[in-house]
Design a binder for this molecule. Structure first.
Ligand code: FES
Length: 284
């Protein structure tokens, strides 16, 4: 069986190249739109045009410029003389195949290159690297513990077995500063994280940000001394350094070391005992 090629017309080659070049223009436009601040509808339309034209170019290429029939090579000696090679090259050039191929490849390269550039732009949307910002919260040694309205919390104000949401002074709107403050019987506290150094008079505080997925921990079961997260029902044992005892959380709530100043006002001894929130927040 002899080889037979589909018609390789210049018109088809120009059409394929036009698709790829127009796709490149759409890709560049997409990059420009994104660079200038982005516009969702325009970006979507340009993506559709760029990818649609790229696909159309491939389809036209396959249909009009590629061999369509199956063919088999005759079993003949494989050696070719230099004359035959020159003849073949002359035939090839004469038919304009190389020019068309260069044109199509140039158009395809520009289209793919423009789309690659456009794809690289969203990397800017990731924002700056967080660095060590997630390791720290506004809590600092000596900072007063305040309520949501900025009022200092006095040790005597915290009720037995009650829960108060507290903030670092000057940072009542911070997302990583809220803590839950409770008063428990000091006799029940034990261990390095629950001793009098960190929980004076049984006043003990932990980060309010759940270590599972970041929901606010806001429920306190006083009889069992458990903090509860309403999102997925994680429970934390307050008397054991807020270690998780049920639910999906797998890390203890970071503890806020406290002290009571001469005026009876609660102050932080420092930042939380470990980075707050889900473990994934702290991955770099
Ligand atoms: S966010 Fe607290 S249990 Fe899921």
């Amino acid at each position: 069986m002899t080889a037979r090629r589909a018609p390789e017309g210049d018109g088809a080659a120009r059409l394929v190249s036009a698709c790829f070049f127009l796709s490149a223009i759409a890709g560049i436009s997409l990059a420009v739109v994104y660079w200038r601040g982005g516009q969702t509808q325009a970006e979507g339309a340009l993506w559709a045009v760029a990818l649609g034209l790229l696909g159309a170019g491939f389809v036209l290429w396959a249909h009009h410029l590629m061999p369509t029939d199956p063919y088999a090579e005759d079993r003949e000696p494989l050696e070719t003389t230099p004359e035959e090679q020159h003849e073949f090259a002359d035939d090839f050039e004469r038919g304009g195949v190389l020019e068309r191929r260069r044109l199509i490849l140039a158009a395809l390269t520009s289209a793919v290159g423009a789309l690659a550039v456009a794809l690289a732009f969203p990397i800017r949307s990731l924002g700056p690297r967080p660095g060590h910002a997630l390791d720290h919260t506004p809590w600092r040694p000596g900072l007063r513990v305040v309520t949501s309205d900025g009022q200092p919390v006095r040790a005597a104000q915290v009720p037995n077995d009650g829960l108060v949401t507290v903030f670092p002074e000057g940072h009542t709107d911070s997302a990583d500063g809220p803590a839950v403050l409770m008063r428990v019987d000091p006799q029940l506290l034990s261990g390095a994280r629950g001793d009098a150094q960190w929980a004076p008079e049984g006043l003990i505080a932990f980060s309010k940000v759940c270590t599972h997925a970041g929901c606010p921990v806001g429920l306190y079961e006083a009889t069992s001394h458990e903090l509860l997260c309403p999102c997925h029902q994680s429970a934390f044992a307050v008397l054991q350094g807020a270690r998780p005892i049920s639910g999906p959380a797998d890390r203890a709530l970071p503890q806020l070391p406290l002290m009571i100043d001469a005026d009876g006002v609660l102050r932080a001894r420092g930042d939380f005992s470990s980075p707050i929130g889900p473990r994934t927040w702290n991955m770099r």
